[in-house]
Write a protein that binds this ligand. Structure first.
Ligand SMILES: CC(C)(COP(=O)(O)OP(=O)(O)OC[C@H]1O[C@@H](n2cnc3c(N)ncnc32)[C@H](O)[C@@H]1OP(=O)(O)O)[C@@H](O)C(=O)NCCC(=O)NCCS
Length: 161
């Protein structure tokens, strides 16, 4: 059973200046770097929600909509949108931010699943996310689908090995 405690999620913000080691020879950011930043932002959102250490269990498909160039400032926003017994789905949005911070351009979104763990690496119960607004409910339904897809992949992979 999930932890009985009902808890609201806070949005975590993380920002980064895109420098040459983050980019390919066209001067645009590597997809892998974007995933790394999403992973870190998502982990912070999950850790702060669960009050525990977490590991990344899976990253759902990420589509890169707009290129990010060297010299750009990017901002990532992460929030827990779904909880189960020991896992949390975190939505992470990435924006390109204007230097004077007046304009924010949406670049891509990722959904990551984190699992709270004990010091010896065992999955540990997390609080239950408090779902209040229509947007919370919509996000929760997306989180359900993400968890369902992850389960289907686990069944598929177990068949293949
Ligand atoms: C994630 C991990 C702790 C799960 O351990 P486990 O022994 O499979 O534990 P369980 O079977 O009890 O599953 C625990 C939870 O993880 C979820 N889970 C496990 N694998 C998952 C995956 N690939 N995607 C999404 N959720 C996953 C389960 O659904 C379960 O969720 P719930 O308790 O909320 O219902 C373990 O697989 C692990 O340590 N993986 C490596 C994590 C890591 O090192 N990540 C960094 C990148 S390699």
């Amino acid at each position: 059973m999930p932890n009985d405690q009902l808890k609201e999620a806070i949005e975590v913000t993380n920002s980064e200046l895109v420098i040459p080691p983050h980019t390919n020879h066209f001067g645009t950011i590597f997809g892998g770097k974007v995933l790394e930043l999403m992973d870190i932002t998502g982990a912070m959102a999950a850790m702060r929600f669960a009050n525990e250490d977490v590991v990344t269990a899976s990253i759902d498909a990420v589509d890169f909509k707009k290129p990010i160039q060297v010299g750009d400032i990017i901002e990532l926003k992460g929030k827990v949108i779904h909880t189960a017994r020991t896992s949390m789905v975190v939505k992470v949005d990435l924006f390109r931010v204007d230097k004077n911070e007046r304009h924010r351009d949406f670049s891509c979104r990722g959904y990551l699943v984190f699992v709270a763990i004990t010091p010896d690496g065992k999955a540990k119960e997390v609080p239950t996310l408090k779902v209040t607004t229509d947007e919370d409910k919509k996000n929760w339904a997306i989180g359900e689908k993400i968890k369902q897809r992850a389960k289907e992949r686990q069944i598929r992979d177990a068949d293949e090995v």
